[in-house]
Design a protein around this ligand. Sequence first.
Ligand code: HPA
Length: 267
Amino acid sequence: MSRSAELAALIRARTGDAPVSHGLILGSGLGHIAGEVEGVQIDYADLPGFPHAGVSGHTPKLAIGTLEGARVAVFGGRAHYYESGKGDAMRLSLEVLKALGAEKLIVTNAAGSLRPETPPGSLMMLSDHINFSGLNPLIGEASDARFVPMTDAHDPAIRAALRDAAKAEGVDLAEGVYAWYSGPSFETPAEIRAIRILGGDAVGMSTVPEVILARFLGLKVAAISVITNMAAGMSEEKISHEHTKAMAPLGAAKLERVLRRYLRDAG
Ligand code: HPA
Protein backbone atom coordinates (compact mmCIF):
# COMPACT_ATOMS: atom_id res chain seq x y z
CA MET A 1 0.00 0.00 0.00
CA SER A 2 1.28 3.51 -0.77
CA ARG A 3 1.92 5.91 2.10
CA SER A 4 -1.04 8.05 1.10
CA ALA A 5 -3.35 5.00 1.01
CA GLU A 6 -2.10 3.93 4.45
CA LEU A 7 -2.70 7.41 5.88
CA ALA A 8 -6.13 7.62 4.25
CA ALA A 9 -7.02 4.26 5.86
CA LEU A 10 -5.78 5.51 9.23
CA ILE A 11 -7.89 8.66 8.86
CA ARG A 12 -10.99 6.74 7.73
CA ALA A 13 -10.72 4.52 10.79
CA ARG A 14 -11.38 7.68 12.84
CA THR A 15 -13.77 9.58 10.58
CA GLY A 16 -15.79 6.90 8.80
CA ASP A 17 -15.78 6.04 5.11
CA ALA A 18 -17.91 8.85 3.65
CA PRO A 19 -15.86 10.47 0.89
CA VAL A 20 -14.70 14.04 1.23
CA SER A 21 -15.83 16.43 -1.53
CA HIS A 22 -13.53 19.39 -0.86
CA GLY A 23 -10.15 20.04 0.63
CA LEU A 24 -9.41 23.45 2.16
CA ILE A 25 -5.91 24.67 2.96
CA LEU A 26 -5.81 27.54 5.43
CA GLY A 27 -3.20 30.29 5.32
CA SER A 28 -1.44 32.28 8.06
CA GLY A 29 -3.90 33.58 10.63
CA LEU A 30 -6.84 31.93 8.83
CA GLY A 31 -7.04 28.74 10.91
CA HIS A 32 -10.30 29.60 12.69
CA ILE A 33 -12.53 27.80 10.20
CA ALA A 34 -10.89 24.43 10.98
CA GLY A 35 -12.49 24.59 14.43
CA GLU A 36 -15.93 25.08 12.86
CA VAL A 37 -15.96 21.71 11.11
CA GLU A 38 -18.37 19.24 12.72
CA GLY A 39 -16.36 16.07 12.86
CA VAL A 40 -12.96 14.85 13.86
CA GLN A 41 -9.74 16.84 14.35
CA ILE A 42 -6.52 14.93 13.89
CA ASP A 43 -3.15 16.37 14.95
CA TYR A 44 -0.59 16.34 12.15
CA ALA A 45 1.72 14.70 14.70
CA ASP A 46 -0.52 11.60 14.48
CA LEU A 47 -0.18 11.52 10.69
CA PRO A 48 3.37 10.40 9.85
CA GLY A 49 4.81 12.47 7.01
CA PHE A 50 2.42 15.38 7.50
CA PRO A 51 4.11 18.76 7.89
CA HIS A 52 4.95 19.80 11.41
CA ALA A 53 3.65 23.25 10.49
CA GLY A 54 6.55 25.01 12.08
CA VAL A 55 5.17 28.44 11.19
CA SER A 56 3.42 30.47 13.86
CA GLY A 57 -0.12 31.46 12.93
CA HIS A 58 -0.85 27.99 11.54
CA THR A 59 -2.77 25.24 13.33
CA PRO A 60 -1.22 21.84 12.63
CA LYS A 61 -4.45 19.82 12.52
CA LEU A 62 -6.54 18.11 9.88
CA ALA A 63 -10.28 18.60 10.46
CA ILE A 64 -12.58 16.17 8.66
CA GLY A 65 -16.33 16.43 8.78
CA THR A 66 -19.20 18.60 7.69
CA LEU A 67 -19.24 22.32 7.00
CA GLU A 68 -22.43 23.84 5.57
CA GLY A 69 -23.58 20.38 4.53
CA ALA A 70 -20.42 19.60 2.54
CA ARG A 71 -17.99 16.89 3.58
CA VAL A 72 -14.62 18.60 3.86
CA ALA A 73 -11.02 18.00 4.88
CA VAL A 74 -9.54 21.21 6.27
CA PHE A 75 -5.78 21.54 6.56
CA GLY A 76 -5.14 23.96 9.41
CA GLY A 77 -1.49 24.33 8.49
CA ARG A 78 0.63 23.93 5.41
CA ALA A 79 4.26 23.28 4.71
CA HIS A 80 6.10 25.97 2.78
CA TYR A 81 9.06 25.49 0.50
CA TYR A 82 11.10 27.86 2.69
CA GLU A 83 10.84 25.59 5.74
CA SER A 84 12.70 22.66 4.22
CA GLY A 85 13.89 23.52 0.74
CA LYS A 86 11.49 20.89 -0.54
CA GLY A 87 9.11 22.18 -3.19
CA ASP A 88 6.91 19.11 -2.82
CA ALA A 89 6.39 19.55 0.93
CA MET A 90 2.58 19.36 0.49
CA ARG A 91 2.57 16.40 -1.89
CA LEU A 92 1.73 13.69 0.64
CA SER A 93 -1.04 15.79 2.21
CA LEU A 94 -2.64 16.33 -1.20
CA GLU A 95 -2.24 12.68 -2.15
CA VAL A 96 -4.08 11.78 1.07
CA LEU A 97 -6.81 14.29 0.22
CA LYS A 98 -7.22 12.64 -3.15
CA ALA A 99 -7.30 9.18 -1.53
CA LEU A 100 -10.09 10.42 0.76
CA GLY A 101 -12.18 11.01 -2.37
CA ALA A 102 -11.83 14.77 -2.80
CA GLU A 103 -12.22 16.20 -6.28
CA LYS A 104 -11.84 19.88 -5.43
CA LEU A 105 -9.42 21.98 -3.44
CA ILE A 106 -9.67 25.57 -2.23
CA VAL A 107 -6.38 27.11 -1.15
CA THR A 108 -6.17 30.24 0.98
CA ASN A 109 -3.21 32.39 1.91
CA ALA A 110 -2.12 35.71 3.34
CA ALA A 111 -0.53 37.92 0.71
CA GLY A 112 0.88 41.34 -0.02
CA SER A 113 -0.98 43.53 -2.53
CA LEU A 114 0.58 45.25 -5.53
CA ARG A 115 -2.62 47.11 -6.32
CA PRO A 116 -3.67 50.23 -4.38
CA GLU A 117 -7.34 49.33 -4.98
CA THR A 118 -6.95 46.13 -2.96
CA PRO A 119 -5.63 47.37 0.40
CA PRO A 120 -5.12 45.26 3.56
CA GLY A 121 -8.35 43.50 4.50
CA SER A 122 -9.31 42.83 0.84
CA LEU A 123 -9.89 39.41 -0.67
CA MET A 124 -8.31 38.55 -4.02
CA MET A 125 -9.17 35.37 -5.87
CA LEU A 126 -6.35 34.10 -8.05
CA SER A 127 -7.19 34.30 -11.74
CA ASP A 128 -3.75 32.86 -12.49
CA HIS A 129 -0.25 32.82 -11.03
CA ILE A 130 3.39 33.50 -11.83
CA ASN A 131 6.01 31.12 -10.51
CA PHE A 132 8.52 33.85 -9.62
CA SER A 133 10.59 31.36 -7.59
CA GLY A 134 11.53 29.19 -10.56
CA LEU A 135 11.09 26.15 -8.31
CA ASN A 136 8.66 23.34 -9.05
CA PRO A 137 7.22 20.65 -6.76
CA LEU A 138 7.29 18.13 -9.62
CA ILE A 139 11.05 18.24 -10.15
CA GLY A 140 12.21 14.65 -9.71
CA GLU A 141 8.85 13.13 -10.64
CA ALA A 142 9.74 10.48 -13.22
CA SER A 143 6.45 9.79 -15.00
CA ASP A 144 5.21 11.67 -18.04
CA ALA A 145 2.38 12.90 -15.82
CA ARG A 146 4.87 15.56 -14.67
CA PHE A 147 4.19 17.58 -17.83
CA VAL A 148 1.08 19.14 -16.33
CA PRO A 149 -0.81 21.67 -18.47
CA MET A 150 -1.36 24.86 -16.48
CA THR A 151 -3.88 26.65 -18.70
CA ASP A 152 -7.00 27.23 -16.59
CA ALA A 153 -5.12 25.73 -13.63
CA HIS A 154 -7.32 27.99 -11.49
CA ASP A 155 -10.58 26.22 -12.28
CA PRO A 156 -13.06 28.49 -14.11
CA ALA A 157 -16.14 26.71 -12.72
CA ILE A 158 -15.00 26.87 -9.08
CA ARG A 159 -13.99 30.49 -9.58
CA ALA A 160 -17.44 31.31 -10.99
CA ALA A 161 -19.07 29.61 -7.98
CA LEU A 162 -16.82 31.53 -5.55
CA ARG A 163 -17.65 34.78 -7.37
CA ASP A 164 -21.37 33.99 -7.00
CA ALA A 165 -20.90 33.15 -3.32
CA ALA A 166 -19.09 36.44 -2.67
CA LYS A 167 -21.83 38.36 -4.49
CA ALA A 168 -24.55 36.62 -2.49
CA GLU A 169 -22.72 37.58 0.71
CA GLY A 170 -22.14 41.17 -0.40
CA VAL A 171 -18.37 40.66 -0.11
CA ASP A 172 -16.00 42.31 -2.60
CA LEU A 173 -13.86 39.63 -4.23
CA ALA A 174 -11.13 41.10 -6.42
CA GLU A 175 -9.33 38.88 -8.91
CA GLY A 176 -5.72 38.98 -9.87
CA VAL A 177 -2.45 37.23 -10.57
CA TYR A 178 -0.46 35.90 -7.60
CA ALA A 179 3.31 35.70 -7.77
CA TRP A 180 5.05 33.02 -5.69
CA TYR A 181 8.16 34.31 -3.94
CA SER A 182 10.12 31.57 -2.15
CA GLY A 183 10.62 33.49 1.11
CA PRO A 184 11.24 33.37 3.99
CA SER A 185 12.67 36.89 3.61
CA PHE A 186 10.13 39.32 2.24
CA GLU A 187 10.64 40.86 -1.20
CA THR A 188 12.71 43.94 -1.88
CA PRO A 189 10.96 46.99 -3.34
CA ALA A 190 12.86 46.35 -6.60
CA GLU A 191 11.51 42.79 -6.71
CA ILE A 192 8.01 44.13 -6.17
CA ARG A 193 8.49 46.60 -9.05
CA ALA A 194 9.68 43.69 -11.20
CA ILE A 195 6.65 41.57 -10.24
CA ARG A 196 4.36 44.49 -11.11
CA ILE A 197 5.94 44.79 -14.54
CA LEU A 198 5.55 41.03 -15.02
CA GLY A 199 1.84 41.26 -14.28
CA GLY A 200 1.55 40.28 -10.62
CA ASP A 201 -1.24 41.73 -8.48
CA ALA A 202 -0.40 39.95 -5.21
CA VAL A 203 2.66 38.25 -3.77
CA GLY A 204 3.11 35.45 -1.27
CA MET A 205 5.19 32.47 -0.20
CA SER A 206 2.80 29.57 -0.78
CA THR A 207 -0.09 28.28 -2.89
CA VAL A 208 1.61 27.93 -6.27
CA PRO A 209 3.27 24.59 -5.40
CA GLU A 210 -0.08 23.36 -4.08
CA VAL A 211 -1.90 24.41 -7.25
CA ILE A 212 0.70 22.61 -9.39
CA LEU A 213 0.47 19.47 -7.23
CA ALA A 214 -3.32 19.58 -7.25
CA ARG A 215 -3.40 19.69 -11.04
CA PHE A 216 -0.85 16.87 -11.18
CA LEU A 217 -3.17 14.78 -8.98
CA GLY A 218 -6.25 15.68 -11.04
CA LEU A 219 -7.85 17.85 -8.34
CA LYS A 220 -9.76 20.94 -9.47
CA VAL A 221 -8.40 23.93 -7.60
CA ALA A 222 -9.01 27.61 -6.87
CA ALA A 223 -7.31 29.97 -4.43
CA ILE A 224 -8.12 33.14 -2.50
CA SER A 225 -5.64 35.55 -0.92
CA VAL A 226 -6.40 37.60 2.14
CA ILE A 227 -4.44 40.82 1.62
CA THR A 228 -2.58 41.65 4.84
CA ASN A 229 -0.29 44.44 3.63
CA MET A 230 0.80 46.52 0.68
CA ALA A 231 3.86 44.90 -0.90
CA ALA A 232 7.37 46.17 -0.13
CA GLY A 233 7.98 49.78 -1.12
CA MET A 234 4.30 50.52 -1.64
CA SER A 235 3.45 51.87 1.80
CA GLU A 236 5.10 53.34 4.89
CA GLU A 237 3.93 50.38 6.94
CA LYS A 238 6.65 47.94 8.03
CA ILE A 239 6.19 44.43 6.64
CA SER A 240 6.57 41.58 9.14
CA HIS A 241 5.12 38.18 9.95
CA GLU A 242 3.65 39.67 13.14
CA HIS A 243 1.86 42.23 11.00
CA THR A 244 0.59 39.47 8.66
CA LYS A 245 -0.87 37.52 11.60
CA ALA A 246 -2.39 40.66 13.10
CA MET A 247 -4.00 41.74 9.83
CA ALA A 248 -5.26 38.36 8.60
CA PRO A 249 -8.41 38.41 10.78
CA LEU A 250 -9.53 41.58 8.94
CA GLY A 251 -10.15 39.57 5.80
CA ALA A 252 -10.65 36.17 7.45
CA ALA A 253 -14.23 36.85 8.54
CA LYS A 254 -15.19 37.79 4.97
CA LEU A 255 -13.33 34.79 3.60
CA GLU A 256 -15.20 32.50 5.95
CA ARG A 257 -18.55 33.87 4.79
CA VAL A 258 -17.61 33.33 1.14
CA LEU A 259 -16.37 29.79 1.78
CA ARG A 260 -19.43 28.85 3.82
CA ARG A 261 -21.80 30.15 1.15
CA TYR A 262 -19.80 28.42 -1.58
CA LEU A 263 -19.95 25.10 0.26
CA ARG A 264 -23.66 25.48 0.99
CA ASP A 265 -24.48 26.23 -2.66
CA ALA A 266 -21.91 24.15 -4.53
CA GLY A 267 -20.61 21.61 -2.04
N1 HPA B 1 5.08 39.12 0.68
C1 HPA B 1 5.15 37.77 0.75
N2 HPA B 1 4.35 37.04 1.49
C2 HPA B 1 3.42 37.68 2.21
C3 HPA B 1 3.29 39.07 2.20
C4 HPA B 1 4.18 39.84 1.39
O1 HPA B 1 4.13 41.09 1.32
N3 HPA B 1 2.27 39.38 3.04
C5 HPA B 1 1.78 38.21 3.53
N4 HPA B 1 2.48 37.17 3.04
